[in-house]
Design a protein around this ligand. Structure first.
Ligand code: PEP
Ligand code: MG
Length: 587
């Protein structure tokens, strides 16, 4: 039995068998296999070596035909290594004698070979090191299936254990099979974390080396409330957790009633609770949970989930599906927020960047790829003829960007008019305030838009200079930092002064400890990941605005985020103790 701690990003508890998926570009941990599985490992190795030899032969033939036979000779060395009885024997012996996985045997022996080559004085061997690494990757790809973890390997209910997952891999997880998720990498608001929460899969990220401590088939408890993974729990722990799960189910059932009640404070102030979604199919369940509309539709996930760039019609179909599901409720469609961690390596727009979060992402990418941007705007506008929608531009960092985006929207409207294609003409246009420069200019921005939505996931990372997806600095990433609170306060004030609607759609809006603070700062529209809606509504229904204003005032007096956090937790616990009993607050 072993307990490892990480960052809880999606609540709930799962007790199940682990499936550990390695990735080619990550160190392969030394994992042991039971004696009866040795034959299977040997067979996997043979198949991967044969497949690799075939790959290299094909590559040799192609290179010879396209570039010339001289060039094709560079692969002779790869083939020689694959057929070298000493090297292959080393892989086999490691599996037989040390009882390790085939991937670890290959990884370890190839690293040993590279080290030997580097130790020789002859530069010929130094040049060959790259070939050794190249071949290692090829064999591992054939063993593991692709560059990242191969999710198609999972055929039974399991907790998925991996170094990291991309947002598109997470979006494709089959909820009926994946009961829990634990990763080495990741931060509180990485998109992988956000998606796991949206899918309702208990998840813990930032566990650093969890893949080295779990083997496929181990029993694990993924405790997404407390942020702990228990590996091979004993009988007493299993019993304790089964009782805990019963308690959670009871709590969830009690929250179910709240979903149908209005979000209104004890002194009669109405609060609007909207949902954050990635796919139109999430709208109906969000309404079930108590959402009265969609405050953030992350349209880039249609792109991340497709092999090729979705055409206008495909985008239109998705938006029409969303309009139908929203059935007249507000539907805020955010234009593409691609880039940074939401990248599609197959895309023509993909360029490796040194600082992707500060790079050509989001509205910047759209403004530099007008045909991509205009195609999406056409699809949104065409959909607007069928139901109410609002358009929201992400990552605005200056007024010029906003004006340019609005001008392009007008151009697309004119084109549609000329072609006689119907669309709404009074579509509310808003922006996300998620860059400190936009927060500081919120007054001016608010005079040029119909609404703003505060994106704290990015606002926190840019204000505090803390990468939202980096587990090594996750303790510095917090919405409780006084500087972040001040910015939020100022944006809400600026928006209200301009008479426009201000919402907050970062994860912070769904975190129980921040609800009283945000209400006290004047926020009246929350856009939240659907599973968190009932909990937030329960808090809203238990507090008065006066009480929240006092909480906000006190929060602004503290010097450090620690003090703010502790204070906020205490306050909310006082008002609604059962919300936090053994849940996220217990971390
Ligand atoms: C945000 O940045 O707060 C936000 C809601 O957008 P995303 O998480 O998609 O960057
Ligand atoms: Mg953002």
């Amino acid at each position: 039995m072993q307990i490892r701690h990480g960052i809880p990003v999606s609540p709930g508890v799962a007790i199940t068998r682990a499936v550990v998926l390695d990735a080619v570009d990550q160190p392969i941990p030394r994992r042991l296999v039971p004696a009866e599985k040795i034959v299977e490992q040997r067979e996997r190795l043979t198949a991967a070596l044969n497949a690799s030899a075939k790959d290299v032969e094909d590559l040799t033939a192609r290179t010879a035909a396209e570039i010339g036979p001289e060039m094709a000779k560079i692969f002779d060395f790869h083939l020689a290594m694959l057929r070298d009885p000493q090297l292959v024997g080393q892989f086999e012996q490691m599996i037989d004698r040390e009882r390790v996985t085939a991937e670890y045997a290959v990884y370890s022996a190839m690293r040993g070979l590279a080290a030997q080559f580097l130790a020789f004085e002859n530069p010929y061997f130094h040049d060959r090191v790259k070939d050794v690494w190249d071949l290692e990757r090829r064999i591992l790809r054939n063993l593991l299936g692709g560059e990242g973890p191969d999710l198609s390997q999972i055929r039974h209910e399991a907790a998925l254990i991996a170094h990291d997952l991309t947002p598109s891999q997470t979006a494709s997880l089959d909820k009926t099979l994946i009961k829990g998720l634990a990763t080495d990498a990741g931060g509180r608001t990485s998109h992988t974390a956000i998606l796991a929460h949206a899918l309702g899969i208990p998840a813990i990220v930032g566990l650093e080396d969890i893949t080295a401590h779990i083997s496929s088939g181990d029993t694990v408890i993924i405790d997404g409330n407390r942020g702990q993974v228990i590996i091979n729990p004993d009988a007493a722990q299993l019993l304790e957790y089964r009782q805990y799960i019963e308690q959670i189910v009871k709590f969830e059932t009690s929250l179910g009633k709240v979903a149908r009640q209005p979000a209104i404070t004890t002194d009669g102030t109405e609060v609007t609770l909207l949902a954050n979604i990635e796919f139109p199919s999430e709208i109906a369940p969000a309404i079930e949970k108590g959402a009265v509309g969609v405050g953030l539709y992350r349209t880039e996930f249609l792109f991340l989930a497709s092999e090729i760039e979705p055409a206008e019609q495909q985008q239109l179909d998705a938006y029409l599906q969303a309009i139908e599901a929203a059935a007249g409720r507000p539907l805020t469609i955010r234009t593409l927020d691609l880039g940074a961690d939401k990248i599609h390596h197959h895309s023509v727009n993909f360029h490796a960047e040194n600082n992707p979060f500060l790079g050509c992402r989001s509205i910047r990418l759209c403004l530099q790829n007008l045909s991509l941007f205009k195609t999406q705007l056409r699809a949104i506008l065409r959909a607007s003829a069928h139901g109410p929608i609002r358009i929201m531009f992400p990552l605005i960092s200056n007024l010029m960007e906003l004006r340019q985006a609005k001008m392009i929207l007008s151009d697309v409207m004119e084109d549609l008019d000329e072609q006689g294609v119907p669309h709404a003409t009074d579509i509310p246009v808003g922006v996300m305030i998620e860059v400190p420069s936009a927060a500081l200019q919120a007054g001016k921005i608010s005079r040029e838009v119909d609404f703003v939505s505060i994106g704290t996931n990015d606002l926190i990372q840019y204000t505090l200079a803390v990468d939202r997806s980096n587990e090594r600095i996750a303790s510095l990433y917090t919405g409780a930092h006084p500087a972040v609170i001040q910015l939020i306060r100022d944006v809400i004030r600026a928006g209200h002064r301009a008479g426009i609607d201000v919402s907050l759609c970062g994860e912070m809006a769904g975190e129980p400890e921040f609800v009283m603070l945000l209400l006290g700062l004047g926020l009246r529209t929350f856009s939240i990941t659907p599973p968190a809606i009932p909990e937030v509504k329960k808090i809203i229904r238990s507090v008065s605005i006066k009480q929240c204003q006092r909480v906000a005032r006190r929060s602004l007096e503290f010097d450090s985020h620690r003090e703010v956090h502790n204070f906020l937790r205490e306050e909310v616990r006082r008002v609604v103790p059962d919300v936090f009993d053994g849940r996220r607050i217990a971390q």
